[in-house]
Every structure is written in structure tokens, then in C-alpha cells.
Design a binder for this molecule. Structure first.
Ligand SMILES: Cc1ncc(COP(=O)(O)O)c(C=O)c1O
Length: 279
């Protein structure tokens, strides 16, 4: 499997970074995960746009963002990814002697791109739904930046894993904000609701697509708060995300949402999502 690292295509096992890379020392960087469907990158422009915004917020100057799209295309070819796959992109502030303040001007960012085949979650999870747990949101208040500093997400997701659940839902001040690696949606009286795009969530590329699909299906959708204490008053709950796609939640903290079956609006949205994929 070839990967792209700082302008070179090398076997993954031979790709190395210096120990003073600021991604390694400070988690000083951003990342993206995009899907490949039918051997083609999916919604790549939107992912690169979000990466550009993250880089700007962190003041990491990357001259050739377009080169990343080209690198991903070449890796898809070289690695023979002709069906489903994922593209992983990571950019850090580069390698420099360890000091908190930015390194000297001219320090080149580290750019890493991988593209490889991906096996989707089991069909039964999409058909029958999955379980989630709630978990305190201890993250910083710039969750809109897709930072590689993911420790709260790692700990939350591990807690879900240990509980036999698919996802951990972050709760901040009594509001269920989003998942550890996905956005949360509720359906009540036929209306979709999801946490507002703000500094407290990563506004997913899939989240934007769900708004579009809902519009096409004439399902009203709006931004708003899903309170922890009202969670079981929702008719349906689901997650959206690049690898999560549209995933019904049928149980939270061991308690069923309605009858523990995926709801009709979630199913319609998942079908619409699948139908519009390039194949
Ligand atoms: C915290 C968080 N929220 C939401 C998402 C969903 O974003 P997207 O649909 O762009 O994958 C992710 C994806 O990794 C995430 O990490």
C-alpha cells in the first residue's frame, strides 16, 4: 500500500516522520476523512474546503492544497481502490525543535495522504439500528476545527465500545451535542433537528448532505437543541458521518427509543443517501 508523504509516494511501512514533528509533540494539525465510492473520491471538494478553513484557523500555511486531491487520485490508482474506500489526509505545522510558539517562517507543513479499501459497517447495523451511550463533553470550545487532538473523542468512543455501543454522544450543559465521530439528529413530529453549526460541533459534510436530502424529501429540518432529559421523547434518533453514513440509533444508555426499531424518516434518508451515491 503506497501513501503520500511530503511530495513522495512511498510504501506505508517506509513512511516516517521526525520525532519533533509538531503533530506528534503537540497534536498541532488537522485531518480529514473522505469516502471513496465506486473507486472515486466522494465530496472531496467539501472536505478540502473544511481542511482549508481549519488550516487558516490554526494559521498553518499550506501552499498546495490542490496537490492533495491529485495525490489522493494517484493513490486510488496505484493502490487499485476500485470499490469502496477511504481517503485520510493529515497536515501538521511541520517538524521543528520543541517550543510551544510557532516555528521559524519557512518550516514546511507535514502532509500525509492515504487511500485504501474500506469495508462498510455490517448491513444489519443500518437495518436494525445501533446503541449509543451518553458521555460528558470535556472537549475544548473549537470543535469546529477538525483537529488531530482527539483524546476526548478517543476516551468517549472507548467507553461506548466497552459498553457494547456504537457511539458515545457528548453531553454539554444538559444538551446532547454530537457523537465522538458523527453528528446527531433527532426526529420529532416529522421534523428533523440537529445541533447548530457552531464552535461546539464539527459541522459534518454528511450533516450538510442530510439537510439537502431532507429538503428533497420534503422533511422539515432545523438546527436546535436536543436536551438529554427529552431524549426519549424523540420518535427517531440517528447519526450522520463519512464512515457512519446515516445510522439509526435504537437504544441510548440501555433504554429503547420508542419501540427499538429504526424510524421511517431515518430509513427514507438512508435510502436517499445510498441512491445518490456514485457507483
Ligand atoms: C466529532 C465529529 N463530528 C461529526 C463528524 C461527522 O463529519 P463528516 O460528516 O464530515 O464525516 C465527525 C467525523 O469524523 C466527527 O469527528
Amino acid at each position: 500500500m503506497l501513501v503520500y508523504l511530503n511530495g513522495r509516494y512511498v510504501p506505508a511501512a517506509e513512511a516516517t516522520i521526525p520525532v519533533d514533528d509538531r503533530g506528534f509533540l503537540f497534536a498541532d494539525g488537522v485531518y480529514e476523512v473522505a469516502r471513496i465510492y465506486g473507486g472515486r473520491p466522494y465530496l472531496m471538494e467539501a472536505h478540502l474546503q473544511r481542511m482549508a478553513e481549519g488550516l487558516e484557523a490554526l494559521r498553518i500555511e499550506l501552499k498546495d492544497l490542490d496537490g492533495i486531491a491529485a495525490a489522493a487520485e494517484r493513490l486510488i490508482q496505484e493502490n487499485g481502490v476500485d470499490g469502496d474506500g477511504t481517503i485520510y489526509i493529515q497536515v501538521t505545522r511541520g517538524a521543528a525543535p520543541r517550543k510551544h510558539a510557532f516555528p521559524a517562517a519557512g518550516t514546511e507543513p507535514t502532509v500525509y495522504v492515504a487511500a485504501k479499501p474500506y469495508t462498510n459497517h455490517p448491513a444489519s447495523w443500518f437495518e436494525d439500528g445501533v446503541e449509543a451511550i451518553t458521555f460528558p463533553d470535556t472537549r475544548w470550545s473549537r470543535c469546529d476545527i477538525k483537529s488531530i487532538a482527539l483524546l476526548p473523542n478517543v476516551l468517549a468512543n472507548q467507553a461506548a465500545h466497552a459498553a457494547g455501543a456504537f457511539e458515545a454522544l457528548f453531553v454539554r450543559d444538559g444538551v446532547v451535542i454530537e457523537g465522538s465521530h458523527s453528528n446527531l439528529w433527532g426526529v420529532r413530529r416529522g421534523r428533523l433537528i440537529t445541533y447548530p453549526a457552531s464552535n461546539y460541533i464539527l459541522a459534518g459534510i454528511t450533516r450538510s448532505l442530510v439537510f439537502e436530502l431532507a429538503d428533497e424529501l420534503d422533511v422539515p429540518a432545523e438546527e436546535g437543541m436536543i436536551y438529554r432529559e427529552d431524549l426519549f421523547e424523540y420518535d427517531e434518533l440517528f447519526l450522520s458521518g463519512t464512515t457512519t453514513e446515516i445510522m439509526p440509533i435504537v437504544r441510548v444508555d440501555g433504554r429503547e427509543i420508542v419501540d427499538g426499531e429504526p424510524g421511517p424518516i431515518t430509513q427514507k434518508l438512508l435510502k436517499a443517501y445510498r441512491d445518490q451515491l456514485p457507483r
